[in-house]
Design a protein. Structure first.
Length: 251
């Protein structure tokens, strides 16, 4: 591996700009590399130690062996497993996602914590979400911490970043999708609604939804709070709503 390629991989690990410009991203570990869609994998790098321990796993894969010092430099983890891959970013069309006949969407505004976003993506797969739509103010989904938090769900949950949430919600309403905002002003509890084709608006961890974004909802709903707690972690709130949708549809 050349010094120039090492620098490119470090940039891919550390900088969202590098990921955007190359339309690629990096995943690490035997689970994430093993589940990666074969048609998206561009390169795989392994240490000599990993090669010795996982010869069968590597049997039908193209890879390059690098020394531990180089691998530690391009890895984002404290204790690397010795394997990482570079993948092409998938491309999803907002129009195609909204035209889907399936019924549950998550609209995220300015989620900042990589772990929160990764958890939402992972839970979205488990709850059968159709797609996750994110404002440009959300953290980069290809941030290594986000990728790890998805536990592979990033490969299987369609998602898109958008510039205008008002346009998104308008298009959804045209397609018969009802939009609910998790909001302290909600008059109905989240488990009192008969959900059908649904989108949930989830706001920033610290500030919640912007007033103009919350106003795009057809209805405010709320999750009741005991004690002195005013609100829940964004990923926790999103998870509750996703699974309540599923429960409602089964009843």
């Amino acid at each position: 591996m050349t010094n120039n390629r090492i620098k490119e991989l470090v940039a891919l690990k550390d900088k969202a700009k590098a990921r955007r410009e190359t339309a690629t991203y990096m995943v690490e570990g035997i689970k994430m590399c093993g589940e990666a869609p074969a048609d998206k994998v561009l390169e795989t790098y392994v240490t000599q130690g990993f090669k010795k321990q996982h010869e069968q796993w590597l049997k039908d894969r193209d890879y390059e062996v690098v020394d531990d010092k180089v691998f530690n430099r391009i890895s984002d983890t404290m204790t690397p497993q010795g394997v990482l891959s570079v993948l092409k970013q998938p491309q999803f069309s907002l129009d195609d996602l909204i035209k889907s006949e399936a019924g549950l969407y998550m609209i995220l505004e300015d989620i900042q914590d990589p772990g929160n976003l990764g958890t939402i993506i992972r839970t979205a797969e488990g709850a059968g979400v159709t797609a996750v739509i994110m404002s440009r103010g959300c953290v980069d989904i290809y941030n290594p911490k986000t990728i790890r938090s998805t536990m592979g769900s990033v490969y299987r949950v369609p998602f898109v970043y958008v510039d205008d949430l008002a346009y998104v919600t308008s298009k959804m309403k045209e397609n018969g999708i009802t939009i609910y905002a998790a909001h302290l002003k909600g008059k109905r509890l989240y488990d009192e609604v008969n959900y059908k084709k649904t989108a949930f608006l989830i706001g920033n961890e610290g500030n919640g939804l912007k007033d103009e974004t919350a106003a795009l909802a057809d209805e405010y709903i709320k999750i009741p709070m005991a004690g002195k707690v005013e609100s829940l972690n964004a990923a926790v709130a999103a998870s509750i709503l996703m699974y309540e949708y599923g429960r409602s549809m089964r009843c």
